[in-house]
Design a protein around this ligand. Structure first.
Ligand code: IPM
Ligand code: MG
Length: 364
C-alpha cells in the first residue's frame, strides 16, 4: 500500500516532535511493508515569515491531496505581546481545519500506569480513568461573526442543528462501542446555542437507547473532571468548551505532553498533539514527543486501518515508560536522573522498543 502523508511541523517545538513522529512512521512502513511518502508544508508563524500568510495555498493543496496529515504546533510569542496584529499563526490551523471539513476532534484521555506519579492528581482518582473526548472543531465561537474597534469587540457563538447532529452522532456511535455512557457538556442554563445543542442530543438519544446520556454544564464538568474522572466515558462538546476541558483533562494523562488527537471529517484526517508550540522550550531538545508519536498511532488506526501497527506503537511507548524513561515534563522525584531523556533520545528509545516488540509475523 502506498500513502502520501503531509507533514506540517509548524512552530516552536513542532519540528522536533514531528521529526520523532516521522521516524516512527518510517519504521512502521518498513516493518509492515507499506510505502509512505512524506511531503512537507509550511503553516503558522513559519509560513507567515516566508510567505506572509499562515496557510499558503501550496500547503492547503498538499493537505487536500494527502491521505493523512501530521501536524506539530503553531504559535509564536511575538503575537502574544501584540494583540493588535491581525495576521496570526493560529489562523493557519483554524483554516486548515475548516477547509478540510475536520469537524470532529477526538482526544483520548487515559493514563499509562507508569505516569500516575507524574500527575498532580491523586493515584486513586486517576487509576482506571479512560475518557474519549469529541470536540466540535469547525464551528461555534471560533468561527462566528466577530468585529472590534478600539472601544469594543465581540465574538459570536453560533451552531446550526446540522453541525451539532453530525458530531453528536459520531460520539453516540463511539459510546455504543465503549462503556455506553455519553456526557454532553454545554451551558444550556445561559446560552441559546447550548439549548439547541441539548435538544439535538435529546433527539438523537432516541436512536441510541443503549447509551446513557448525561447533560452537564461546563462549569460543573470542569470540576467533575478532576474530582472523579472515572465517571466519564465519551464526552461531546462544542469547540471552545472542548479546547478548555481537554487541556484540563491532560492532567488525567499525566502531562499535556502525552495527549494525542485526531481531527476527522468526511475525508482526510489530521493528527496532532494537543499541546502547543511551547516557545520557551523550543530548540532545546527537551520537549516530549510522545503525544505526537501517539498521534501517529491514531493515524495508522483511523486513516490506514493499520490496527496492529497502531497497537505496536502504543505498546512501544508503554514499554519505554515501564523501563523508566521520561522527558522532563513527566519525570518525578522517583525518576533516575540518567533516565530523563531529550526529545530525540526518547524518540530513539521508542524506535528500539518498536524493533523489539513488533512481531515479524506481522510482515505483509
Ligand atoms: C488546540 C489549540 C488551538 C485551538 C489553538 C492553537 C488555535 O489550543 O488545538 O487545542 O484553540 O484549537
Ligand atoms: Mg487547546
Amino acid at each position: 500500500m502506498n500513502y502520501k502523508i503531509a507533514i506540517l511541523p509548524g512552530d516552536g517545538i513542532g519540528k522536533e516532535v514531528t521529526d520523532c513522529g516521522v521516524n516512527v512512521l518510517k519504521f512502521v512502513a518498513d516493518r509492515f511493508g507499506y510505502d509512505f511518502q512524506f511531503e512537507y508544508g509550511l503553516i503558522g508563524h513559519a509560513a507567515i515569515e516566508k510567505t506572509g500568510v499562515p496557510l499558503p495555498e501550496e500547503t492547503l493543496n498538499l493537505c487536500q491531496n494527502a491521505d493523512a496529515i501530521l501536524l506539530g504546533a503553531v504559535g509564536h510569542p511575538m503575537y502574544d505581546k501584540n494583540p493588535s496584529l491581525n495576521v496570526r499563526p493560529e489562523q493557519g490551523l483554524l483554516k486548515v481545519r475548516k477547509e478540510l471539513g475536520l469537524y470532529t476532534n477526538i482526544r483520548p484521555i487515559k493514563i499509562f500506569d507508569e505516569l500516575i506519579a507524574a500527575s498532580s492528581l491523586k493515584p486513586e482518582v486517576l487509576r482506571g480513568a479512560d475518557i474519549l473526548f469529541f470536540r466540535e472543531l469547525t464551528g461555534g465561537i471560533y468561527f462566528g461573526d466577530r468585529n472590534s474597534n478600539s472601544k469594543a469587540a465581540f465574538d459570536t457563538m453560533s451552531y446550526s442543528k446540522e453541525e451539532v447532529q453530525r458530531i453528536v452522532t459520531k460520539a453516540f456511535k463511539a459510546a455504543k462501542n465503549r462503556r455506553g455512557r455519553l456526557h454532553s457538556i454545554d451551558k444550556a442554563n445561559v446560552l441559546d446555542s447550548s439549548r439547541l445543542w441539548r435538544s439535538v442530543v435529546q433527539e438523537l438519544a432516541v436512536e441510541f437507547p443503549e447509551v446513557e446520556v448525561i447533560h452537564m454544564y461546563v462549569d460543573n464538568a470542569a470540576m467533575q473532571l478532576i474530582r472523579d474522572p472515572k465517571q466519564f466515558d465519551v464526552v461531546v462538546t462544542g469547540n471552545m468548551f472542548g479546547d478548555i476541558l481537554t487541556d484540563e483533562a491532560s492532567q488525567i494523562a499525566g502531562s499535556l505532553g502525552m495527549l494525542p488527537s485526531a481531527s476527522v471529517g468526511d475525508r482526510v484526517g489530521l493528527y496532532e498533539p494537543v499541546h502547543g508550540s511551547a516557545p520557551d522550550i523550543a530548540g532545546k531538545n527537551i520537549a516530549n514527543p510522545l503525544a505526537t508519536i501517539l498521534s501517529t498511532a491514531l493515524m495508522l488506526d483511523n486513516s490506514f486501518e493499520m490496527k496492529e501497527a497502531s497497537q505496536c506503537v502504543i505498546r512501544a511507548v508503554e514499554a519505554i515508560l515501564k523501563k523508566g524513561f521520561r522527558t522532563l515534563d513527566t519525570a518525578d522525584e522517583s525518576t533516575e536522573p540518567d533516565k530523563i531523556l531529550g526529545t530525540n533520545e526518547i524518540g530513539m528509545k521508542v524506535l528500539k522498543a518498536l524493533e523489539a516488540k513488533t512481531p515479524v509475523s506481522n510482515l505483509n
